[in-house]
Ligand binder design. Sequence first.
Ligand code: PLP
Length: 360
Amino acid sequence: MARVFNFSAGPAALPEEVLTQAAAEMLDWQGSGQSVMEMSHRGKEYMGIHAQAEADLRTLLDIPANYKVLFLQGGATLQFEMIPVNLLRGKASADYVNTGEWAKKAIKEARAFGQVNVVASAEDKHFTYAPAFKDWKLDQDAAYVHYCANETIGGVEFHWTPDTGTVPLVCDMSSNILSKPVAVGKYGLIYAGAQKNIGPAGLTIVIVREDLVGQAVPTPPTMLDYKIHAEADSMFNTPPTYGIYVAGLVFQWLRRQGGLAAIERHNIEKAGLLYNYLDESKFFQNPVRREDRSRMNIPFTLKDASLDEEFLKGAKARGMIQLKGHRSVGGMRASIYNAMPVEGVQALVAYMKEFETRHG
Ligand SMILES: *Cc1c(COP(=O)(O)O)cnc(C)c1O
C-alpha cells in the first residue's frame, strides 16, 4: 500500500518510522505481552515510558530544571482557560497579541476570567504579519503577555522571541513546537496540542516555570489547577497513555535526526522550496509578509479560484491530500511539519509547476 503525502494542518502526518515501530509493538510492547494501550498507568512499564518521554522532551528543548512538564488533555483550547485561571494571580489584567484565528480564540476565552488588553494586532492587514515588538503597548503590571508563535490558519510565524522583562511570557506553540530550538528560559509558560507537530490528538503539553504553579484563583476546579497535575507528575487521573507513548517515539525520532537544530535546517530547506516557487510563480500567491512567513503552514491562492477544485483533484490523484485552505482564508494550505519529507514538498512544487504551465 502506498502512503500519501498528507498536508493536513492537524491531526497531521507522523514520521513513518514512528508508525512502523508503534505497529511492531502494538500487540506486545517489548516482551511485556501487552499493548501500551492496555497498560495500567501506575504499572512500572508505563511509568517508564512516561518518564522517558518527559526526559527526551527535556533534552530536545533543553528545558531548565525549574520548569515543570505537564502531559494534559483538553487541547490547546482548554489552555485558553487554564492560563487565566492559574496565571492571573490576583492581577487586574493580562496582555494579548492578536495575530489571527488562534490568538482571537485565546483572547475570547480569557475575557471570561479578567480584563484582557489587546496590546498589538495585525487585523489591519488581514493578519498577514507579526506585529513588531516596538509597537506592543505592554502594561508592566499585566499578569502575563500571551502570543501565538505560529498562526496555523494564516501562516504567520514569529521568527523572534519577545522580551517582556519580568512579566511572564506565555506562548501557544501548538503548530511550531519542536520545529526549531527554543530558549525555554525566556518563557513563563509554553503550551501545545500534540496533533500538529508531536503525536496523536488527545495530548496537550504544558511547560511552565515552577514559580507560576500554585497561584490559581481561590478554590480552582481541581482539573484546571496546574499544581494538581505538577504534583502528581501528570498522573492525577489517567493520562492519555497511548498518545504519550507515541509522542515519546517522536521525541526519540527527533533525537535520531540530530535534534532541533538539525530539524530546523531541514524545515528551512522544505519551506524554502515552496516559497521560492511561490515567489517566481505568476499563478500562485502567498499573502504573508516575507519575514513572518511560517515554515509549518503555507497558505496560497490560485490566480483563478474557479480552478481550486481541479487543483485539489489533481493533487489527490498524485497522492497529495488535505491541501484545501481553511474556510476563513480560502485557497490552499500546505502544512509541512517535521514529519513531512522533503520529497513531499518536491512533489507538490512539481505538480504546481505543471498546473501553472497548463492554466497560467
Ligand atoms: C490547533 C490549534 C489550537 C487548538 O488546538 P486543540 O488541540 O484543537 O484545542 C490552538 N492553537 C493553535 C496555534 C493551533 O494550531
